[in-house]
Design a protein around this ligand. Structure first.
Ligand SMILES: *[C@@H]1O[C@H](CO)[C@@H](O)[C@H](O)[C@H]1NC(C)=O
Ligand SMILES: *[C@@H]1O[C@H](CO)[C@@H](O)[C@H](O)[C@H]1NC(C)=O
Length: 300
């Protein structure tokens, strides 16, 4: 089973974490866990029983994309332009009118008023932005209280740098959930990963890996960058520092994430999903992620 939704990874982590009587992890789907008592969700089976036949890390590429061989020059694209498929309909006009936006700079605890801190509030505080920590017992998940349908979400962030620690900025929906993600895997501070899922399934297996557009701010944990996800009925776009790095065009309902109405972000311990995230070494200081601000622009 190669197709494994990232949220399922989260859930796996969750099971692991509960199985070891720890807290919880950041999780696109962990809102299914009753907020009253996490222990109610402790699976009766052993956590390993929930691991899919093929462990997810095996299929997730190592941190960095395959290096471009230095010897051979980049292939020159064929001279003839790509033919336009005759069948493709003319693109619909995009609904990109701004129907109100929300902006918060995290400078006091009140700035968290529009958000739900799900789980482990001790792992978030306002300190030069929103400081989000993962501890041995739990990570942090924060969600925006209002629903988001179409528009652009942007944030100014520094990822958490430690191996095993995953920083996340995602859009998710109802189960089985569509999902649109930006994730930073601490063992690779030089790229962020773009991913999406439709009804819990990966459509394109590999994440996209995207570096800083500016070499002098390449370490994404040392430098704040602006990250963006833009969602309309016909495309999803990912940005860093206003530079478009990935576009997903809608080609069919079955392959396009269209039910993502919840904005979530946080930091979680990805150790339980193996090499994809790496492992947390708790004997060294585990550093936080920072979110300076978030902007949500609604399209109509
Ligand atoms: C790259 O970042 C450095 C350091 O912040 C800055 O001085 C420089 O102007 C940036 N270059 C570009 C092209 O934005
Ligand atoms: C990137 O920056 C973080 C935060 O300053 C630091 O802990 C880490 O060692 C840096 N990593 C590299 C490879 O420079």
């Amino acid at each position: 089973m190669n197709i494994l939704k990232l949220s399922n990874l989260f859930v796996l982590g969750l099971l692991y974490s509960y199985g070891s009587s720890a807290g919880h992890l950041y999780c696109g789907k962990n809102r299914d866990v009753p907020t009253t008592s996490p222990s109610a969700s402790i699976p009766t089976t052993s956590p390993s029983a929930s691991i899919p036949p093929t462990s997810p890390p095996a299929s997730i590429p190592p941190t960095s994309p395959a290096p471009i061989p230095s010897t051979s020059p980049a292939p020159i694209p064929p001279t003839s332009p790509a033919p336009i498929p005759p069948s493709s309909p003319a693109p619909l006009p995009q609904p990109t009118n701004n129907c109100g936006d929300f902006y918060t700079e995290f400078s006091s605890n009140e700035d968290l008023g529009n958000f739900n801190v799900e789980y482990c509030p001790q792992n978030v505080r306002v300190n030069n932005g929103l400081e989000m920590m993962v501890s041995q017992s739990c990570g942090i998940t924060i969600s925006y209280k209002k629903k988001f349908t179409r528009g652009k979400i942007e944030t100014f962030m520094k990822m958490a740098p430690n191996s095993g620690v995953v920083s996340a900025f995602i859009l998710t929906g109802n189960e089985p959930s569509d999902e649109i993600d930006i994730e930073w895997v601490g063992k690779d501070v030089f790229t962020f990963q773009s991913m999406y899922f439709v009804k819990g399934q990966r459509i394109v297996y590999d994440p996209g890996f995207h570096p800083s557009p500016n070499q002098s701010t390449a370490n994404l944990s040392e430098n704040f960058h602006k990250y963006g996800i833009e969602v309309t009925d016909t495309f999803v776009k990912w940005y860093i520092d206003d530079i478009l790095v990935r576009t997903l065009e809608k080609t069919s309902d079955a392959t396009f994430p269209s039910e993502t109405n919840t904005i979530k972000f946080g930091v979680w311990d990805g150790s339980s999903v193996g090499i994809w995230a790496g492992y947390v070494d708790w004997s060294v200081p585990v550093l936080p992620a920072y979110m300076k601000w978030i902007r949500i622009t609604n399209y109509c």
